[in-house]
Design a protein. Structure first.
Length: 226
């Protein structure tokens, strides 16, 4: 019985020692392989709450201090999109959206097990641009099509929760969920397709709450503390 208990105790110690993965490395670099996210609303976009898929769109650098890590992250997305504006049968927008952000923050590991829950928050800057053409979706409407160029720039606060899995000491696979509280200054410019090329400008300040349901990636841990 004593030998059995001693064996279990030794196995436990070995498992804990193997689990001290993040805490034994000074730095980590990561890549977001897949993200499902919400983009800031464009004009009166009817499907603004829909999620889009992004692949290999973010980099992450972490400075590890035991169970607390300080993080610097950057995300970039450029994609062709199409959406209904005003209503489903009012207008159709087709164009290209460019969205990027830079954030600094922290994350706190709950434990040093092979599977590690964590929570944290990021603070930073976000920019969103859409350039495209708006056309009538209703054939009975005689309104002239127009070109739209809209920019949103502002700061973002993003609380997050996540889960990491360590298959080996130097590598972690992570999945996290976050919400962006985005306060932006927006500038909209429209150019009508009429003989005068009539231009219209509008400016707004607004809050948006954007959910990012899942982001999955990989981290590599560098520079052992031993």
């Amino acid at each position: 019985m004593k030998k059995l208990l001693l064996s279990i105790f030794g196995l436990f110690l070995t498992t804990v020692a193997f689990a001290q993965m993040d805490g034994n490395y000074n730095y980590s670099i990561g890549l977001r392989g897949y993200s499902s996210l919400q983009l800031p609303k464009i004009l009166n976009q009817t499907n603004a709450n829909d999620y889009i898929d992004a692949y290999a769109n973010g980099l992450l650098i972490k400075f590890n201090d035991n169970q607390l890590s300080y993080r610097i992250s950057g995300n970039y997305l450029r994609k062709d999109i199409s959406f209904a504006n005003q209503c489903e049968t009012c207008e159709t927008a087709n164009g290209k959206v460019t969205d990027y952000s830079f954030k600094i923050g922290f994350e706190k590991n709950i434990n040093y097990a092979r599977v590690q829950p964590y929570f944290g928050a990021d603070l930073g800057f976000r920019s969103n641009n859409f350039t495209g053409e708006i056309q009538n979706a209703n054939p009975l409407t005689v309104r002239t099509p127009y070109t739209l160029d809209t920019d949103k720039n502002g700061f973002v606060i993003a609380p997050l929760i996540g889960l990491k899995f360590n298959p080996v000491k130097q590598v972690s696979i992570f999945a996290e969920t976050s919400m962006d509280f985005f306060y932006s200054y927006e500038r909209q410019e429209t150019i009508q397709h009429d003989p005068a090329n009539t231009r219209t400008f509008a400016k707004y300040n607004k809050w948006e709450f954007l959910l990012n349901p899942v982001s999955v990636g990989i981290q590599i841990h560098l520079v052992s503390k031993d």
